[in-house]
Design a protein around this ligand. Structure first.
Ligand code: SF4
Length: 55
């Protein structure tokens, strides 16, 4: 764990995102927006990080 810019309150493993810390599984943003692509979400895979941006 060595990530100066990582937000320790936002753990994330999406290494393809430009906001990912890179050497640790944290997001570097102060806040993220979470949403859903489902009309009636019932489990974790129904929700998304809408702050995702491709590297
Ligand atoms: S913006 Fe979302 S997907 Fe990207 S690193 Fe942060 S939490 Fe992960």
């Amino acid at each position: 764990m060595n990530c100066a810019n990582g937000n320790k309150s936002i753990r994330c493993s999406v290494e393809q995102c430009r906001h990912h810390c890179g050497n640790a599984n944290y997001c570097t943003l102060d806040t993220v927006s979470i949403g859903t692509h489902e009309p009636n979400p019932t489990e974790a895979k129904c929700v998304d990080c809408n702050s995702f941006e491709k590297k």
